[in-house]
Write a protein that binds this ligand. Structure first.
Ligand code: AMP
Length: 273
């Protein structure tokens, strides 16, 4: 497994290989969710590239940039075991320029839900993902459905900027008790972790209601809010695959999303129906 820090060196290396590339961008502190993305990349591509970079431009002031878990050595071992060919570890200094040309999140879809509680977050995400995709030039890039809005915006960016890359969405990997795997779960105390289960429980309850033919969004949301109480709720929202709010669930075209704060930790989860 190769470890590369410089963007130009990675570009040179990948060009020489002339192989199909499966790419998994991450912020490190790798867990089963990331491993699932890597496994999918391994199955369908000749070369697998993982990047690890805690991207400062997607953190707002006062967020957890400085405390975000960093586990480079453990991450290297995980990648080695998962059959990764190259880990790319850029730095803020070697990947960003002074006064650079920026890409912006779309005015509406980038500023609802996660974008409403974290204005500007998605501009930072798209800025780094655009760079990373241009450096790696993957055949296929793998993203988790757990970050559903991020996935949607990346799909839009690839479409709007005519980028010749296949974006592959991967299902959310959960702990045995239902909690969605997240690098931020390490922030949770034992009691907070129990409280956090209310998030997946609310989504399971919604899914059960829908399987019993309850399609009214307000009725579903009311039930979810009861289960989520007393967590601090960022949003409970029901949207279609284009991320437009809907009043009636349409099976095959619905995503239910929750953002809640447990202790000081902001957790996201969703279910695709
Ligand atoms: P992150 O390191 O949190 O930026 O995540 C890197 C990639 O892993 C993103 O595409 C995430 O959506 C994906 N991911 C994170 N958690 C999970 C999970 N529990 N299941 C599947 N994919 C995940």
């Amino acid at each position: 497994m190769k470890i590369i820090h410089e963007p130009q060196e990675l570009q040179r290396y990948l060009k020489e290989q002339n192989k199909t590339i499966g790419y998994v961008p991450t912020m490190g502190a790798l867990h089963e969710g990331h491993i699932e993305l890597i496994k999918n990349a391994r199955k369908n591509n000749e070369l697998v590239v993982v990047s690890i970079f805690v991207n400062p431009t997607q953190f707002l002031k006062g967020e957890d940039l400085d405390n975000y878990p960093r586990r480079d050595e453990a991450d290297k071992k995980i990648c080695e075991l998962a059959g990764v060919d190259v880990i790319f570890f850029p730095t803020k200094e070697n990947i960003y320029f002074e006064d650079e040309v920026k890409i912006e999140a779309p005015e509406v879809r980038g500023y609802v839900l996660e974008g409403a509680t974290r204005p500007g977050h998605f501009s930072g995400v798209l800025r780094i993902v655009m760079k990373l995709l241009n450096i790696v030039k993957p055949t296929r890039a793998y993203f988790g459905k757990k970050d559903a809005q991020q996935l949607n915006l990346i799909q839009l960016m690839v479409k709007h900027y005519y980028m010749d890359i296949e974006i592959i969405p991967i299902n959310t990997v959960r702990e045995a008790d239902g909690l969605a795997r997240s690098s931020r779960n390490v922030y949770l105390s034992v009691d907070e972790r129990k409280e956090a289960l209310k998030i997946s429980a609310s989504l399971y309850a919604a899914s059960k209601m829908i399987s019993k033919k309850e399609f009214d969004v307000q009725t579903i949301k009311d039930e979810m809010l009861k289960i989520l109480t007393p967590l601090k709720i960022g949003y409970v929202e029901v949207v279609n695959r284009e991320f437009e709010p809907i009043n009636t669930v349409e099976v095959g075209n619905t995503i239910i999303l929750v953002e809640a704060v447990v202790g000081k930790t902001r957790l996201l989860d969703n279910i695709w129906l």
